[in-house]
Design a protein around this ligand. Structure first.
Ligand SMILES: *[C@@H]1O[C@H](CO)[C@@H](O)[C@H](O)[C@H]1NC(C)=O
Ligand SMILES: *[C@@H]1O[C@H](CO)[C@@H](O)[C@H](O)[C@H]1NC(C)=O
Ligand SMILES: *[C@@H]1O[C@H](CO)[C@@H](O)[C@H](O)[C@H]1NC(C)=O
Length: 345
């Protein structure tokens, strides 16, 4: 009898996960054959995990799972959900399908979610090849590229040991994210890991306590990026640590850009104020010199920049970063001036 009790205790100790409820995506209709769309199965598995009051695990066994854009949204009863990925999540072969969505796999308003392992392949390679070949019809500024994993309005999220390939950010981190831990992640191709874009709204909850450890960037456009729009906002970034990061063939390993405006054009949330007059005249360029010009560019008509938002990036640490074959190792841009024209004084 004592032996039996001991055996039961031992098997519980040896296999602690048996105490957790498991939701296997296969039971929800997912197929790991790379061709069956498993999006709904993942959504249903998440719904079950989210409704459970117990700590639980969503299991994604070995195999290739075709996933369209999927949002794992919170309001869950459990604050301990693990997404254990042993297989590969693949995006639809036509990357234009994802090109319509801002994020591929997003976590919004969740608490206590760990994403462990797996490969996330958003067909970034096909997109990067497409981008490299001029004349082909790749998604451009008009069609937003897609971030692989997006986390926002969430607390205590972990992303561990995942390999991520994409056309845009491997991980993007939105407002109101607290206590995010990223470890053992491989990113590339892609745009790296980005905090932002932030500062969209005047009232915005900040990003706080983000750690990125033992992460490898290979052939990415950026490594670690913090970007915020140039407009007034009470948003902030506080307590970010990058520890033991390796970057190989990365264009811009570290960028802190507090005047983010992709393509310098029509930034949706750029804060403009009406300008007196338009047409030809003289204006002050970023170099402080007056220059004559024929006419404001069309997009700038009757508008001008307001002074950029307050510097609200605080407490960022980079510890042990290794960079090989990189272009611009560190960029901190607080004085951005598109087209070198009409910089606010
Ligand atoms: C992540 O990978 C490392 C190295 O392979 C391993 O030691 C660790 O247990 C893994 N972590 C998790 C949570 O699976
Ligand atoms: C920061 O986040 C980590 C998890 O990523 C957590 O362990 C730690 O307690 C948090 N620190 C604070 C001050 O909340
Ligand atoms: C700019 O302002 C001028 C003068 O107020 C006005 O006549 C013109 O239509 C405006 N242009 C645009 C593009 O709004």
């Amino acid at each position: 009898m004592a032996m039996l009790v001991l055996f039961i205790i031992l098997s519980i100790l040896v296999n602690p996960s048996s105490a957790k409820t498991n939701y296997n995506v296969l039971s929800f209709g997912a197929r790991g054959n790379g061709v069956t769309d498993s999006t709904q199965a993942f959504i249903n598995a998440w719904a079950a995990a989210c409704a459970s009051t117990e700590p639980n695990t969503i299991l994604v066994p070995k195999g290739r799972y075709l996933l369209g854009p999927v949002a794992f949204t919170g309001g869950c009863k459990s604050s301990d959900i693990t997404l254990q990925i042993d297989g590969t999540l693949v995006a639809p072969a036509d990357f234009r399908v994802l090109g319509q969505a801002e994020n591929w796999v997003s976590f919004d308003q969740v608490t206590g979610v760990s994403i462990i392992g797996g490969s996330l392949d958003a067909k970034g390679t096909a997109l990067w090849v497409c981008k490299a070949q001029s004349g082909t019809n790749c998604p451009n500024g008009a069609t937003p590229d897609t971030d692989d994993i997006h986390v926002q309005q969430s607390t205590n999220v972990k992303i561990i040991n995942s390999s991520i390939k994409t056309g845009d950010d491997c991980v993007s981190i939105g407002p109101a994210t607290n206590n995010l831990w990223i470890e053992g992640v491989t990113c590339g191709p892609g745009h790296g890991i980005s905090i932002g874009s932030l500062g969209k709204d005047i009232e915005e909850e900040g990003v706080q306590n983000v750690s990125i450890k033992n992460t490898v960037f290979k052939g990415t456009q950026n490594g670690l990026r913090i970007k915020s729009w140039a407009r007034p906002s009470n948003g902030f970034v506080k307590g970010v640590q990058f520890i033991d990061v390796v970057m190989q063939n990365v264009q811009n390993p570290i960028i802190i850009d507090q005047n983010y405006c992709p393509h310098n054009l029509n930034c949706p949330n750029q804060y403009w104020k009406p300008r007196q007059g338009y047409g030809g005249g003289r204006s002050t360029k970023c170099d402080g010199q007056k220059h004559s010009f024929q006419r404001y560019p069309k997009w700038a008509e009757n508008k001008s920049w307001v002074s950029p938002s307050n510097g609200f990036v605080k407490g960022v640490q980079f510890i042990d970063a290794v960079m090989q074959n990189v272009q611009n190792s560190i960029i901190i841009d607080q004085k951005y001036c598109p087209h070198n024209l009409n910089f606010p004084s």
